[in-house]
Design a protein. Structure first.
Lengths: 327, 293
């Protein structure tokens, strides 16, 4: 029978931006009970081992979004996450780290300025003509609320934002939390700024087209907001509302229809040519490598022949009667 | 045990730029006595890009693919993580939303098809592990891979979102996946433990954000190399293409030389089962891999 208590080692990231040149890790051994939360362990490091250990916490009810950290690389909300569950997942050594090491200020505390700046950039509020002296309540229908797809559950904890690999690489990228907020207000029937938000999130380099589709955000969210689902919705809404401009990313998405109509399969060479236009020259060295390995045969018409799905007529017909969007 | 039989959804790459994926898959199935019926009627899954353009159209086309597996009364087996994601996500959305299912079936009825939800959608990797079994795979090893350090690269769309995949991937934990490591060990290879094994390769933004794509693929490849990998293996042909083909550009961006053979999962298994060079198709790998035989 498994015991209700277990002795574990916590390896905690320690850093004070004011005094330390480099971060370091410090180990704390403690007995953990089956009902203890990660927040309890953070408190015990501070109360029982080192009063200078620093972390953010406030509500203790999973709603203020202050206590997000990473444990063995997994984003957690400390006050919601059972500790033993993570011991079962990762073993007897738990590694506590801030959400972003490069933004660390003191121990678990980070400078979340980039998060708030990007969140604010998508106009995360209703822009509506509000009657200052209403005589009745402005009630949303059940269908309108359902259409928010729980995006309104976001508590801005930053779990998804700092779990996103693109945030680490591209400092312009707005990130999954900002996109979920953009969707939340754009999908709101009372709002008037949808088009503006769609334009903001359609920008190449900072918008939704730079999402790598890794689903780290969906996995990281402690409130099941599923940010990538909202990212897909924003993509679709750009086409539905005529905001999408023709560029390499939108042509890449739309170009699939062109191939599937002809072959059922994706024409891998055509999609690159079609999406890139003249920009295709930058793929030359890779194209040559593929030719050399015998993967593609642009000059051998017999071998170049595209495979075709059986019953291609069905596919064509289904595209004809199901396609809703245009570029 | 009655013979294992599945409907194979090849996806596009296996029929085009990665013929070695299809030939090695068929060779492995043949060696192990697994019957794979090719779903020649199937179309592209949309690769998560068609979904961005027209989500409903992508649902209809993916549902049609699954219909053909249902007609055969077989589970659908995929050999690409992104095909797996889009097929499984279609299934999950239709099975959990009768209204949406009715809307999709209204379209399918026009071509005489109906999506019922009777076939499961599973990746070949997990079929081998769960249905065939690692012990039996081990019994079939003719060329042990004991002299190779092999870095498993899991690929996002087999492990995330975990809720979607759990029923068909043995409950793989996306933060500590183990199945590929176990498979490598069953072939007597040495699995390499490295941080990037469950990370993203960046394939999906390669056209519009090559810098992001190169940073992700390059980091993972270097992580594997720094942990003494002789080769990398992945169940996803999109990961494979990105990691195999882009080593020069990723290395240039990150300021280091990168050279690491990247194999499709069935290629690695086929090596250990003693399949022929033609079947394994190492000549199609861009980063030289023919020396592995």
């Amino acid at each position: 029978m498994s015991s209700n208590k277990k002795t574990i080692t916590i390896k905690a990231f320690r850093f004070n931006a004011e005094t330390d040149y480099l971060p370091y890790y410090k180990k704390y051994e403690m007995e953990v009970g089956k009902d203890e939360l990660i927040l309890d362990l953070l408190n015990r490091i501070k109360w029982e081992h080192d009063g200078s250990f620093s972390y953010r916490r406030s509500c203790r009810h999973g709603i203020c979004g202050a206590c997000g950290i990473k444990v063995n690389g997994k984003a957690v909300l400390s006050c919601k996450q059972n500790a033993m569950e993570l011991v079962e997942m990762f073993g007897d050594e738990l590694v506590f780290e801030p959400q972003s090491q490069k933004r660390a200020v003191k121990d678990m505390i980070i400078d979340k300025g980039d998060f708030w700046e990007k969140h604010a950039a998508v106009k995360p509020y209703l822009e509506a003509d509000v009657d200052p002296h209403p005589t009745t309540e402005n009630i949303m229908s059940k269908a309108q609320v359902a259409n928010l797809l729980d995006a309104d559950y976001c508590i801005q904890c930053g779990s998804c934002h700092y779990a996103c690999p693109v945030i680490e690489i591209n400092e312009d990228y707005l990130g999954p939390a900002a996109f979920a907020a953009a969707y939340r207000f754009t999908a709101d029937g009372r709002d008037n700024a949808g088009k503006e938000r769609l334009e903001i999130t359609a920008e190449l380099g900072s918008g939704v087209w730079d999402c790598v589709k890794c689903f780290e955000c969906a996995e990281a969210c402690p409130k099941d907001v599923n940010p990538i689902q909202k990212i897909t919705r924003l993509h679709n809404m750009q086409f539905e509302q005529g905001v999408a401009e023709r560029n390499v990313a939108t042509k890449h998405a739309e170009g699939f229809v062109r191939s599937i109509k002809k072959f059922g399969y994706l024409d891998e060479q055509d999609i690159v040519l079609y999406s890139e236009g003249l920009g295709v020259v930058k793929h030359l060295s890779e194209a040559l490598k593929m030719i050399k390995a015998g993967k593609v045969h642009p000059f051998d018409f017999a071998k170049k022949k595209m495979p075709k799905s059986k019953n291609l007529d069905e596919i064509k017909k289904l595209i004809e009667i199901s396609q809703k969007n245009e570029l | 045990m009655s013979q294992l039989k599945y409907a194979l959804y090849t996806g596009c790459t296996a029929r085009e730029s990665t013929p070695e994926l299809l030939s090695s898959t068929m060779a492995v199935a043949n060696k192990l006595g697994i019957e794979l019926v090719l779903l020649d009627e199937a179309s592209c899954c949309g690769a998560s890009h068609l979904q961005d353009f027209d989500d409903f159209l992508a649902l209809v086309l993916n549902a049609r693919n699954i219909c053909y597996a249902e007609k055969l009364g077989l589970d659908m087996v995929t050999i690409c993580n992104t095909c797996q994601l889009n097929s499984a996500m279609t299934k999950e959305r239709l099975d959990s939303d009768p209204e949406l299912k009715a809307k999709v079936n209204e379209k399918l009825a026009e071509v005489g098809l109906e999506y019922k939800g009777t076939s499961r959608v599973r990746h070949f990797q997990y079929v081998l592990i769960e249905d065939y079994g690692l012990d039996k795979i081990k019994e079939n090893v003719q060329v042990p891979l004991s002299h190779f350090n092999i870095a498993p690269f899991y690929g996002c769309h087999n492990i995330r979102p975990s809720e979607l995949h759990h029923e068909v991937n043995g409950g793989e934990n996306p933060y500590v996946p183990t199945s590929l490591d176990n498979l490598i060990e069953a072939l007597e290879g040495n699995s390499v433990d490295y941080e990037s094994k469950n990370k993203c390769c960046g394939f999906h933004v390669d056209l519009q954000a090559p810098k992001t794509s190169n940073a992700l693929s390059g980091t993972a490849l270097l992580d594997a190399i720094d942990n003494n990998a002789d080769l990398m293996v992945t169940p996803c042909p999109l990961c494979q293409l990105n990691m195999d083909l882009k080593q020069d550009s990723a290395g240039k961006q990150l300021g280091r030389d990168i050279e690491l053979p990247v194999l499709h999962l069935p290629q690695m298994i086929a090596l250990a089962l003693g399949c022929t060079a033609e079947e394994i198709g190492l000549k199609y790998n861009v980063t030289k891999a023919t020396d592995l035989m």
